[in-house]
Design a protein around this ligand. Structure first.
Ligand code: HSE
Length: 311
């Protein structure tokens, strides 16, 4: 096999109480990439469609992630005397809050690993992809790349060393994502955050994160809903998103388990039990966003348990 085409899904990071540690993988929304084995050593980005992104390997998240994999000493001790070309066909807008850079980083390492005969585990791929993600956001975090590579809900238990856990996903969970067509750079969205938190807020946040994990494992939708709260990051960021409070409130009033900022924004997400509720919630969120006059699109998705895959 010398060439593969892959689907790299969009993701929702943070899920309110899990800033930089929780994420989930979406169905139906994602980029496509083509990875090709070539005689010339190294990594070359040969084509990008759908976005204005750098072709230079060292400046591109996919290139940096791919280099992290190739520069790893652990490819079964075998020297790689060939190289790879990467084509990126972006469908996820940069700065949308649904893991655009992560999809490129995850796709690059997933595709190269397949062409190499899978010397690395998916968990190792998350580590390489995180190096690419850092190019876009200015800091290494795996809450988008982990669900993009592994699928489902994921928890980053720790960063040093990286310790990622795939969490059981209740079958009736649907995600609604409203994507306003404005760009919020992750680096800007991180710059508004305070480096310190109060003990009171920390207690609330880690109680909720434990509750979310317990709710997912026990399929306790009420507990999932009670836990989808963020007292630390959302209050600092929500001013970046027009009509955020209005959209969140109507989502909750119409039966969403919880709602919040998707990743670094500006997308707003809601989690729902069942497709019927998800449709009602999506309609209410669309209506509540309409008066901003900002164009947007809205997606309803089940949790994608597979993650990045060959198509
Ligand atoms: N956890 C990250 C953030 C996700 O909220 O800044 C976006 O990359």
């Amino acid at each position: 096999m010398n060439e593969i085409k892959i689907f790299c899904p969009a993701t929702i990071a943070n899920l309110n109480c899990g800033f930089d540690v929780m994420g989930l993988c979406l169905e139906g929304i994602g980029d496509e990439m083509i990875i090709r084995k070539v005689a010339e050593k190294g990594i070359r980005i040969t084509k990008i469609t759908g976005a204005d992104l750098p072709l230079e390997t060292e400046k591109n998240v996919a290139g940096v992630a791919a280099l992290a994999l190739l520069n790893s000493n652990a490819i079964n001790g075998v020297a790689i005397d060939f190289g790879f070309e990467i084509e990126i066909h972006k469908k996820i807008k940069a700065g949308s809050g649904i893991g655009s850079s992560s999809a490129s980083a995850a796709g690059a390492v997933f595709g190269i690993n397949e062409l190499l005969g899978r010397p690395f585990t998916k968990h190792q791929l998350v580590d390489f992809a995180m190096k690419g993600e850092a190019v876009a956001s200015g800091c290494e975090h795996a809450d988008n790349v982990a669900p993009c590579v592994l699928g489902g809900f994921t928890l980053v238990r720790g960063y040093n060393p990286l310790d990622v856990i795939k969490i059981e996903s209740p079958s009736e969970i649907y995600a609604v994502v409203l994507h306003p067509h404005i760009e919020v750079k992750t680096s800007d969205s991180r710059a508004v955050l305070s480096p310190t938190v109060t003990l009171k807020n920390a207690i609330t946040q880690w109680g909720n994160l434990g509750g979310l994990i317990a709710g997912l494992y026990t399929k306790d939708y009420g507990l999932i809903g009670r836990s989808l709260n963020d007292v630390i990051v959302e209050p600092a960021r929500k001013h970046l998103i027009p009509n955020f409070d209005k959209v969140k409130n109507v989502a909750l009033q119409n039966g969403a388990l919880g709602a919040g900022i998707s990743g670094a924004g500006p997308s707003i997400f809601a989690l729902c039990k069942g497709e019927t509720v998800a449709n009602t919630v999506a309609k209410s969120m669309s209506d509540a966003y309409a008066d901003t006059k900002i164009p947007f699109d809205i997606h309803i998705s089940k949790v994608n348990d597979e993650g990045t895959k060959i198509i």
